[in-house]
Design a protein around this ligand. Structure first.
Ligand SMILES: Cc1cc2nc3c(=O)[nH]c(=O)nc-3n(C[C@H](O)[C@H](O)[C@H](O)COP(=O)(O)OP(=O)(O)OC[C@H]3O[C@@H](n4cnc5c(N)ncnc54)[C@H](O)[C@@H]3O)c2cc1C
Length: 496
């Protein structure tokens, strides 16, 4: 326990994590704190991290950002979900679309009605009942809380944006509110020998910055939390086997897709993130099963615009720091761990970490109980996300390469094993408190990956086959009509 009042906060790092944290902190506690952000132009930022998930909308609203200005400044586009190609088997695809699927029923999810309709021979994909998926397929977009004239869920969306422009945009938000930016490379960290707290960081030009609380946003380097405080790392690579990425943007293509593409290859997968001015591409792979040369070949053969620059290799290790908060250092962003980018969860984790820190903000000194609770909550949050991502690898049905066969054979965390078994036996799935991914998200990925339950909820049997068919037909028509009325995503963007 340390009772020193916290007044001077030093954020080390100016990537997405640094500026997101600075933005929320200055917005909420700017009047009571001195906030300094140190970043090194020489080191730069990781330069990837361009796809998000829907909770970014309330986060931006909390900052008071104007959506149109935000999309313009970051060359952003709208994202309705992620399409997974070749994940279950080569040649097939499905979408984890945001938002609802079908109609909400009390006691059991729409999904059970769909399972029953399949048993009755009704021909449809689960995604046929997702407004987001159907709009994606036609490259359309609309802001819609509900489908007009019904109580069916509307469109839920997130953004794609240029990571460099996002950091710049947040910087222009933070500086007028009072965040002091210092440019320079830190080459020395001073620790108080009595209590192990960090006292100051020293830059190459001799400038020394002291603080009461340090936020480590130094990316994969983890300068404070690991290189200085050595908290240790919990390795998840036995569950999440990819350990390298190669990123390379290319020229934009038309139409601009309102969704991210994730295309599985022989030993990993490729992302395509459509922005207004370019497409972000990259391949995530396992170095045990694919060399950099092979990865480069696969990546270059699977981009659909002129390359803009050379491929950049990014080695990583999936897992998390054993503590996110230790002494007077809180790690946010890649310094705190990395699940892997498959479901675009990392910027979200930055936002939830920054939010949690503000909830637990130690004005009157750092208390062990608060640190413990902060660490406990972040552990639960990341373990649940981790399970969802492992599911994509584990539940594949590809036997064409050793990488995919090894993923099928691997043991998974008990929490995931239990979830998959329950779903397979009964079609039931339960979202635990505060879990990010909804039941519908889990259902889409489980079905998409070929995990089809043996049973459905008994409520479904109270409908006759004709009623089930009518329900399915009606929903399809309502969704189709609603998509027909939407504008194209390109047109929506051009109106910005
Ligand atoms: C391949 C890949 C794809 C990804 N895709 C997604 C995605 O689609 N969606 C998503 O949500 N997330 C994604 N992520 C994660 C996302 O990129 C990060 O969570 C996000 O960019 C935050 O990074 P950061 O700010 O922690 O680190 P960085 O961007 O690396 O920033 C580190 C900062 O620390 C500074 N710094 C470091 N050392 C020093 C020093 N000694 N002195 C001074 N300054 C220093 C640097 O200059 C820099 O400003 C992806 C990650 C990878 C690896």
């Amino acid at each position: 326990m340390n009772t020193k009042k916290i007044q001077n906060v030093v954020i080390v790092g100016g990537g997405t994590a640094g500026w997101v944290t600075a933005a929320l902190m200055v917005k909420v506690l700017g009047k009571t704190l001195n906030i300094t952000l140190v970043e090194s132009d020489q080191i730069g930022t990781i330069g990837v991290g361009e796809a998000t998930i829907p909770p970014i909308i309330p986060f931006n609203n909390a900052l008071g950002l104007d959506e149109k200005a935000f999309l313009k400044a970051t060359k952003g586009t709208l994202k309705l979900g992620i399409e997974f190609e070749n994940w279950r088997q080569k040649g097939d695809k499905y979408m984890h679309a945001f938002g609802g699927v079908g109609k909400n029923f009390p006691f059991c999810d729409f999904y059970h009605f769909w399972v029953k309709s399949q048993q009755l021979g009704y021909s449809s994909e689960f995604g046929d009942f997702s407004l987001n998926y159907q709009a994606s397929k036609q490259h359309k977009f609309a802001k819609l809380n509900q489908i007009e004239g019904t109580n069916l869920p509307g469109i839920e969306y997130a953004y794609h944006f240029d990571a460099g422009l996002y950091a710049k945009y947040l910087r222009s938000f933070c500086e007028p509110l009072g965040v002091t930016r210092v440019e320079g490379m830190i080459n020395q960290v001073t620790v108080d020998k009595k209590n192990g707290y960090i006292q100051s960081v020293k830059l190459a030009d001799g400038n020394e910055i002291s603080g009461d609380l340090f936020i480590d946003c130094t990316g994969l380097k983890a300068l404070l939390i690991e290189e200085t405080l050595s908290v240790g790392y919990e390795d998840w690579s036995h569950w999440l086997p990819c350990d390298r990425a190669m990123a390379m943007p290319c020229e934009a293509t038309s139409p601009i897709l309102p969704y991210t593409r994730s295309i599985a290859h022989d030993a990993g997968w490729q992302w395509r993130i459509p922005l207004q001015h370019r497409t972000g591409n990259g391949i995530v792979y396992s170095s045990k099963h694919m060399s950099d040369e092979e990865a480069k070949k696969v990546l270059m053969a699977n981009i659909d615009g002129k390359p803009l620059g050379e491929p950049k290799v990014i080695p990583f290790r999936t897992g998390r720091r054993r503590k996110q908060w230790h002494k007077n250092v809180v790690a946010i962003g890649l310094s705190s761990g990395f699940i892997e980018p498959l479901e675009s969860t990392n910027i979200h984790l930055v936002q939830t970490a920054a939010t949690r820190l503000l909830k637990f903000f130690p004005h009157h000194g750092i208390k062990d109980e608060e640190v413990y609770e902060y660490n406990r909550q972040s552990l639960i949050e990341s373990e649940r996300m981790r399970d969802f991502i492992i599911l994509h690898y584990k539940q594949n049905q590809r036997d064409d390469t050793e990488f995919w066969r090894a993923c099928q054979r691997m043991d998974v965390p008990e929490t995931l094993r239990q979830k998959m078994a329950l779903f397979e036996q009964s079609g039931k799935i339960f979202r635990e408190q505060d879990e990010l991914f909804t039941e519908i998200a889990w259902q889409q990925v489980m079905i998409g990956q070929g995990l089809i339950p043996k049973d459905h909820h008994p409520l479904v049997d109270s409908l006759t086959p004709e009623q089930i068919t009518e329900l399915m037909d009606n929903l399809k028509v309502i969704i189709e009509r609603s998509v027909n009325k939407m504008t194209s995503h390109d047109e929506y963007l051009s109106r910005l």
